[in-house]
Design a protein around this ligand. Structure first.
Ligand code: PGA
Length: 252
């Protein structure tokens, strides 16, 4: 039985004071909804506040990126050790906005993933096709290749701390959601790629989320699909009522 994980990705939103207020409001709303794991991935400067506010609740805290070096001359970057010391449990790696705007490649995504896993973080590894690739009919090849490259050198044991977020780039922040059938099909392709790399048992066990304009209106039908084990939620994770509705759908 694989775990459903509902994770918010706040992106560049919310100050520390807004973070505290948000979590204090959210915690009683999602209390007892334990059929899924609930994670908020927040900007670096909000993490310490978020960890403190989430103490004693069923909300876990993640970062939105991590550098692959242990330390050194990487101005502006944050290491896995730094994240761990302040109570971070998860980290989003390879988000399409990082790939699009900040030069992330499958190679750097792989390096970051390795560093995060070695430090004991759980990784939410994002991948997905762009619109042109979907239109050209090569989505399956693209996500299979990303799965292979992003996980290169990661052991079966380490894979237990990896969640994959399938995020079609054309659906992120656009209001265009993949249909439940499209989400199910492509999450299934990723699961088959995992089976090829790590075997059937690992493929059955890994949590594969869908992300891209998931909201309180469409979460239930997306989450009902057999290959969709949760969601990575951007816009709708910034409102406690919308995020709670998605958590509720995962608990139905
Ligand atoms: P969205 O973002 O829900 O706003 O489309 C999802 C994501 O970027 O993870």
């Amino acid at each position: 039985m694989r775990r459903t994980v509902i994770a918010g990705n706040w992106k560049m939103n919310m100050t520390p004071s807004a973070t505290k207020a948000f979590i204090e409001e959210l915690a009683p709303m999602v209390k007892g909804m334990d059929k899924c794991d609930i994670v908020l991935c927040v900007p670096f400067v909000d993490i310490a506040t978020a960890v403190e506010a989430a103490k004693g609740t069923n909300i876990r805290i993640g970062a939105e990126n991590v550098h692959f070096a242990k330390s050194g001359a990487y101005t502006g970057e944050i290491s896995a050790e730094m994240l761990c010391e302040i109570g971070t449990e998860y980290v989003v790696i390879g988000h399409s906005e990082r790939r699009q705007y900040f030069g992330e490649t499958d190679e750097t995504v792989n390096l970051r993933t390795k560093a995060a896993l070695e430090a004991g973080l759980k990784v939410i590894l994002c991948l997905g096709e762009v619109k042109e690739e979907r239109l050209a009919g090569i989505t399956d090849e693209v996500v299979t290749m990303q799965t292979k490259l992003d996980l290169a050198g990661i052991s079966a044991e380490q894979l237990k701390n990896v969640i994959i977020a399938y995020e079609p780039v054309w659906a992120i922040g656009t209001g265009l959601t993949a249909t439940p059938e499209q989400a199910d099909e492509t999450c299934g392709v990723i699961r088959a790629a995992i089976a090829g790399l790590y075997g059937e048992a690992a493929a059955e066990a890994i949590t594969i989320q869908y992300g891209g304009s998931m909201n309180d209106g469409n979460a239930a039908e997306l989450l009902a699909k057999v290959n969709v084990d949760g969601g990575l939620i951007g816009g709708a994770s910034l409102k406690t009522d919308k995020f709670t509705a998605i958590v509720k759908a995962a608990n139905a």
